[in-house]
Write a protein that binds this ligand. Sequence first.
Ligand code: CP3
Length: 344
Amino acid sequence: MAEQKKLLRALAGETQDVPPIWMMRQAGRYLPEYRATRAEAGDFLSLCYNPELATEVTLQPIRRYGFDAAILFADILLIPQALGADLWFVTGEGPRLSTITTEADFAKLGPVSDIHETLSPIYETVRLLSSALPSETTLIGFAGAPWTVATYMIAGRGTPDQGPAHLLRQENNPLFETLLARITEATIEYLSMQIQAGAEVVKIFDSWAGSLSGDAFEKYALEPCRQITSELKQRHPEVPVIGFPREAGGKYVGFAKATGVDCVALDNSVDPEWAAAHVQVDGCVQGNLASRHMVTGGQELVDDTRRIVSAFGKGPHIFNLGHGITPDASPDNVQLMIDTVRGG
Ligand code: CP3
């Protein structure tokens, strides 16, 4: 019974003695078996678009650790590519895209109805996973939030302060809003297809939400997340949505109510006792151990893990890191975190 899966029970608002656990970027370079499969695939994007190998790397951390959820192996930047942007990854540096700063650049993008041609291998991965996963493991689909995806599309790469995107939003606001609307519409269709293929939960990653302040946060982080969630809820009322407005600080308060998401993921700058009192009061929260513990390990890892489990112990909670695990992490530290959550 799907309702009995631990992760779905937390998302439905149930408090559990031992919270369900999974990890952002759980399929990744810290695992030797991931590095081997990635070498077989060639490069990162070839791995994303190869349903058999993408399924394999999604399953690797489930086999090794028995996490309560598997997250589809893909990337938030596949949407820009499916809309017609060029995308490539420079080893050791990160993503590169063709930039969008003028109406002429925007005009080169294709319509939303075209995205499925590029993205169909991703839907195939979801289908393969939904039959391959153990019956107790929940399958999470995902997409980037429109603001975060736009920051990469405008700058053509990751930026420390999202400067180019802030500049466009101020200097050519109509173009910026048109781009955001296109990404929002594409994201709804993409997530809806993931759900039809078998995703049981979807997560919206707004990694750069924290760089929006005041009204801009409401308009460009909160509002697109509300639009996506409300449209998905109309089409698929049974599918929970996790929102991750990373580094939103005080703006995590009320985010779930304002957007309709079932769960808010917290980054590790948020104090767990504070978040239990001000965010978890509205429903399920996910998080928020600092990823660095997966590198450093030891008693601090154990102490911080216990503190988070205890702070969120009186309400619905999904244990996770505050951000993705890094390539220099030790697989043994991941096991220590899991043993601490499950064994006390
Ligand atoms: O969590 C998972 O295991 C599922 C897969 C997943 C990946 N990226 C795989 C990946 C997910 C959910 C993402 C989300 C993602 N991608 C975000 C939002 C979350 C966050 O980290 O803030 C962002 C901003 C991206 C864009 C992106 N992809 C960047 C900036 C990079 C380069 C940085 C890096 O870590 O190398 C990637 C590459 C990427 N995406 C890798 C993986 C496993 C590493 C690629 C490799 O194998 O070389």
